[in-house]
Design a protein around this ligand. Structure first.
Ligand code: NAP
Ligand code: G4F
Length: 349
């Protein structure tokens, strides 16, 4: 019998890679999509259109803030595995829409867990937890499953609830429920308002003459950046174990936002020379002295997570998981993809 998976957040970056992975393993994949006024399925359109997935890939209208839709879908499809990836996932935006973030990123998890429990569906559950849980304890590094949490945003606080309610349902009801505590993972499918994609797109646009310069917020923030395609394999592996547990997925390398900018421009043969400090820091093309990067305080957050560095040794040992793509390869992949994409747009217009 083919296994049945349900993915919330299937239209997102991770949802699209996870769908591809599970379809390659011959799963039947069901996803929850919310209604958009215009499209919204770009990242999975190739799967929707592929005739070989006609009887394997199914989408259902629903919303993780709507327990009726969750309960109906769970009852109807009786999944073997549920991957809860849906969230208002932007940390900066969570300060602007804190109450909605609490609903979509926090309370939604109990709605899904209760839909499973009340319908008595025997399923394994993956919760998309995050390194944002570690937030404000920079002295503790690298961060592992044992590091105390200290979220620094409405997003982090909402994810903290989801983390603990997942542990609670495992302990209270014996559910096979796991938290993947994932550090930042990126790809050419990353949302354009996250810093890595904002940078790779800007590099491509500047090279093509569509954009003058790139404005960023905190250049000093350090992140442990990996490739999303590697991380969805870890999610899958967590649900294939005999026992449920929580795991960190990370690269164990950290880089500043400035490092990412340098590496991205390097990819198109531009070396950045930095001058000034704080909000006056600027990046110039070292050959032409053209201004390419400046700092705009509008991208600062009311509270910032300054430093993330993950210790993935538990996942490496127990899941036999290891990231394959390193920082330089990730930057190259993203810049190349954006250059190619822009080339396509120019070729047809
Ligand atoms: P993403 O690209 O922003 O995707 C989020 C997904 O959630 C989208 O499919 C979105 O649907 C859906 N969604 C949002 N609100 C919803 C609602 N009310 N009802 C139903 N669906 C809703 O995020 P991602 O990068 O793939 O991340 C996947 C998960 O991992 C998220 O929970 C995120 O918080 C978490 N996480 C991500 C990272 C990372 O570095 N990427 C690290 C740690 C944890 P629309 O397409 O309709 O907006
Ligand atoms: O790319 P970011 O917006 O990602 P952030 O805040 O680390 O959150 C992402 O990773 C989390 C895992 O740790 C996930 F849980 C979460 O869902 C999301 O996927 O920002 C990265 C860093 C921050 O320090 C931010 O302040 O880059 C800094 N930054 C500097 N300039 C900027 C910008 N971030 C954005 N989005 N835009 C800027 O212009």
């Amino acid at each position: 019998m083919k296994k049945i998976a349900l993915i919330t957040g299937i239209t997102g970056q991770d949802g699209s890679y996870l769908s591809e992975l599970l379809l390659s393993k011959d799963y039947k994949v069901h996803g929850i999509v919310r209604r958009h006024s215009f499209k919204g399925t770009e990242r999975i359109q190739h799967l929707i259109d592929d005739a070989k997935y006609k009887d394997k890939f199914f989408l259902h209208y629903g919303d993780v803030t709507d327990s009726c839709s969750l309960s109906n879908i769970i009852r109807e499809i009786q999944p073997d595995e549920v991957y809860n990836l849906a969230a208002q996932s932007h940390v900066g935006v969570s300060f602007k829409v804190p109450e909605y973030t609490a609903e979509a990123t926090g309370v939604s998890t109990i709605k899904l867990l209760e839909a499973i429990r009340q319908n008595k569906v025997d399923t394994k559950f993956y919760q998309a937890s995050t390194s944002e849980l570690f937030g404000g304890i920079p002295s503790t590094a690298p961060q592992s499953e044992k590091t105390p949490f200290y979220p620094k945003s409405p997003y982090g606080a909402a994810k903290l609830y989801s983390y603990w309610i997942t542990v609670n349902y495992r302990e209270s009801y014996g559910m096979f429920a796991c938290n993947g505590i994932l550090f930042n993972h990126e790809s050419p499918r990353r949302g354009e308002d996250f810093v890595t994609r904002k940078i790779s797109l800007a590099v491509a646009n500047i090279i093509k003459g569509n954009q003058e310069k790139l404005s960023l917020g905190n250049l000093n923030a350090k992140r442990d950046w990996g490739f999303a395609g590697d991380y969805v394999e870890g999610m899958y592996l967590m649900l294939q174990q005999d026992n449920p547990d929580d795991y960190v997925l990370a690269t164990n390398e950290t880089h500043t936002v400035r490092d990412f900018v340098n590496a991205a421009f390097d990819e198109v043969g531009i070396k950045i020379k930095w001058r000034g400090e704080g909000i006056n820091e600027k990046g110039y093309d070292s050959k032409t002295d053209k201004l390419l990067i400046d700092v705009n305080p509008k991208f600062f957050r009311p509270a910032e997570v300054e430093f993330l560095l993950g210790d993935p040794s538990k996942a490496e040992k127990i899941l036999n998981w290891k990231r394959k793509v390193n920082f330089e390869e990730l930057v190259k992949m993203m810049v190349r993809a954006d250059l190619n994409q822009l080339k396509k747009i120019f070729e047809v217009t």
